[in-house]
Design a protein around this ligand. Structure first.
Ligand code: NAI
Ligand code: MG
Length: 358
């Protein structure tokens, strides 16, 4: 398979971990006889320094012509004082919008070696492996009107969705469930919100198209509770923008480390942008200490969701699990014993595992 991938390293440790992902993808290409070509483009603070804008047109064009995009992270204290149109995160929001990405996927998996690092009890997080599918372009964050009224004595925000917007995210979630344990939990507030009632209707309508997937509905407040008391009860969760924002941050504590969390942002044709959940980590940037696993796991998601290369994706995920099981870790993971590695050494371990499997 031939694929062209645009790399957007961005700022801080983004630059370091993107190299790791590229090396891992090269190893996978070699093992499976694929051809992955790469183009590196600027985004975020480093793009401001070089081009005077956090999102150069050249970057947008390259992404639109690629098969998928990998992004490191943007931002850092160097650019904190810039006016809002030049802020690094404008680059990130801009590229997501330009590419029309509406489905945000956040898989959360409790790796056996890292269970003790979770603030939750080990027996609770053990075996948790879930995927949150969050609607990214509608809902409360984008509805109009959103304004102060009556000289500041009242205020309004709007939670608006079209049927089409709900249908496309629900379809995406059903398709994700089909690739996993075939269990979909739709999270809403249908006892109160009209938007949630339509959401629920659409999920029920759609379920007949995916007879192999089991569907349940949960109210967001009890889902929030269940997520930390019984996380293994979930496979795929689909929900609107704000609920998804909150639940995905809540669920991220299951794994115990930001350095382990990948994400994907997709549109209907499966084109996607893949990035770690963490930021540019200015405190450790340039030191070669960054944990590359979230970025590497994001590359695995790209293989699965954009290229339908399930075996290849699984091999990367197995490599991560196996390397951790062998006691290797990075400084952020707080593992006792074993061997602490830097970014490059951890990447080598993953690549070695991939090569050893042929
Ligand atoms: P952060 O995720 O960059 O760092 C939080 C803490 O986790 C730091 O102590 C950092 O060293 C550590 N950390 C994060 N990723 C790590 C990794 N892969 N390996 C080892 N340690 C890791 O969040 P923070 O400090 O709030 O933000 C720093 C900058 O990143 C800010 O400019 C912020 O705007 C930006 N940011 C960018 C995001 C993006 O590009 N998607 C997301 C979040 C923050
Ligand atoms: Mg958030």
């Amino acid at each position: 398979m031939k694929k062209h991938i645009v790399l957007l390293p961005g700022d801080g440790i983004g630059q370091e971990v993107i190299t790791s992902a590229q090396e891992v993808l090269n190893a996978v290409a070699e093992e499976f006889d694929h051809s992955f070509t790469f183009d590196t483009k600027d985004i975020g603070g480093s793009a401001v320094d070089l081009h005077g804008t956090p999102l150069p047109q050249d970057t947008v064009d390259a992404c639109k012509n690629a098969d998928a995009v990998l992004l490191g992270a943007v931002g850092g204290p160097k650019w904190d004082q810039l006016p809002s149109h030049l802020r690094p995160e404008k680059g990130l929001l801009g590229i997501r919008k330009e590419l029309d990405l509406f489905a945000n996927l956040r898989p959360i998996k409790g790796f056996p070696k890292l269970l003790h690092a979770s603030p939750l009890k080990e027996h609770v997080v053990k075996g948790s492996d879930l995927l949150i599918v969050r609607e990214l372009t509608g809902g409360l964050y984008f509805g109009t009107p959103s304004e102060r009224r009556d000289n500041g004595h009242s205020v309004v925000d709007t939670l608006a969705y079209t049927r089409t917007e709900i249908e496309r995210i629900v379809d995406k979630a059903f398709q994700c469930a089909q690739l996993r344990r075939k269990q979909l939990t739709s999270v809403d507030k249908a006892n109160v919100l009209e938007s949630s009632k339509l959401w629920r209707e659409i999920v029920d309508e759609k379920s007949s198209q995916y007879p192999d997937v089991t569907v349940e509905h949960q109210l967001v407040d009890s889902a929030a509770m269940k997520l930390i008391t019984n996380p293994t009860a979930f496979d795929v969760i689909v929900t609107e923008n704000m609920f998804g924002d909150i639940l995905s941050d809540e669920a991220s504590v299951l794994t115990g480390s930001l350095g382990m969390l990948p994400s994907a942002s997709l549109r209907s044709d499966n084109f996607g942008l893949y990035e770690p959940v963490h930021g540019s980590a200015p405190d450790i940037a340039g030191l070669g200490l960054a944990n590359p696993l979230a970025m590497i796991l994001s590359a695995a998601l790209m293989l699965r969701y954009s290229f339908q290369l399930e075996d290849e994706a699984k091999l990367i995920e197995d490599a991560v699990q196996s390397v951790l099981d062998d006691g290797y870790h990075t400084s952020d993971l707080q593992l006792e014993g074993g061997q602490k590695l830097g970014t490059k050494e951890m990447t080598v371990q993953i690549v070695e595992y991939i090569k050893s499997q042929s």
